[in-house]
Design a protein around this ligand. Structure first.
Ligand code: CTP
Ligand code: CA
Length: 224
């Protein structure tokens, strides 16, 4: 039995994964969010744990659940919460895969009381959130850093730009153009681009299979 465990390719490694949306509070009862289901991140967590790694799964609000002895779930709400949680674990990790759909903007001020519908229009001022992935690209040492890119146009160019700007080892381009791909379904159509500009395009697959393709690629790279 120990022999089987010792042969798991990620045994002894720690993988950080972000998943799901973030919720940015407007007032005590309202938020700005997005349609991310969290499925892709949870599938990546399961795939990594099944390959023997310890997993820190930092997730925004989602209906997904997982029970695995190697997976610690760290629930967060906002982009700021997620930033703090990721930085708490990053130094002691070997791989970080940021698949969360983090809000790019957050209300500049959270109203203390519920906003009343007293006027005909409402303007809420937003400020940019911290880019968690880019912040890891700046401080990473031995860590293998993976980002996602959700694009609808100029896909390859935009994804390559993010890979470079954020100092990533690999980016997973997620095409929203394709039927069956994206936030809510059980399938995704992805392309991997690594920092040497190797491009690997996959057909439409289940998120479980996409997760395994991704972990297999990471294992090949970190053992190279
Ligand atoms: N990301 C992050 N923190 C943010 C915004 C994005 O960590 N505040 C991460 C996402 O988890 C993803 C990657 O950055 O891994 C790319 O996210 P995406 O929304 O595609 O790109 P952005 O850099 O936010 O640019 P834009 O939305 O303008 O295309
Ligand atoms: Ca974004």
């Amino acid at each position: 039995e120990n022999d089987i465990l010792n042969k798991l390719p990620l045994k002894g490694k720690t993988v950080i994964i972000t998943a799901g949306p973030t919720y940015e509070a407007i007032d005590p009862v309202r938020f700005i969010g997005n349609h991310s289901s969290g499925k892709m991140g949870f599938e990546i967590a399961k795939a990594a744990a099944n390959k023997g790694s310890k997993v820190i799964l930092i997730t925004g609000p989602t209906y997904q659940t997982v029970k695995h002895s190697l997976i610690d779930v760290v629930p967060v709400v906002s982009a700021e919460n997620m930033y703090e949680a990721v930085h708490k674990y990053f130094n002691n990790s070997d791989v970080a895969i940021l698949s969360a759909a983090v809000a790019d903007f957050t209300p500049k001020e959270v109203a203390l009381n519920k906003i009343k519908k007293s006027s005909d229009t409402l303007t809420i001022e937003l400020t940019k959130t911290k880019d968690i992935l880019a912040s890891l690209g700046k401080i990473k040492k031995h860590q293998y850093l993976v980002g996602f890119a959700l694009e609808t146009n100029n896909e390859l160019e935009n994804a390559k730009g993010k890979l470079k700007r954020k100092n990533l080892n690999l980016i997973v381009l997620n095409s929203l153009n394709d039927k069956g791909a994206g936030f809510k379904g059980n399938t995704n159509k992805v392309t991997f681009i690594d920092k040497d500009e190797n491009i690997t395009a996959f057909e439409l697959k289940s998120k479980t299979e996409v997760a395994n393709d991704l972990l297999n690629r990471i294992i090949t790279q970190i053992n190279a």
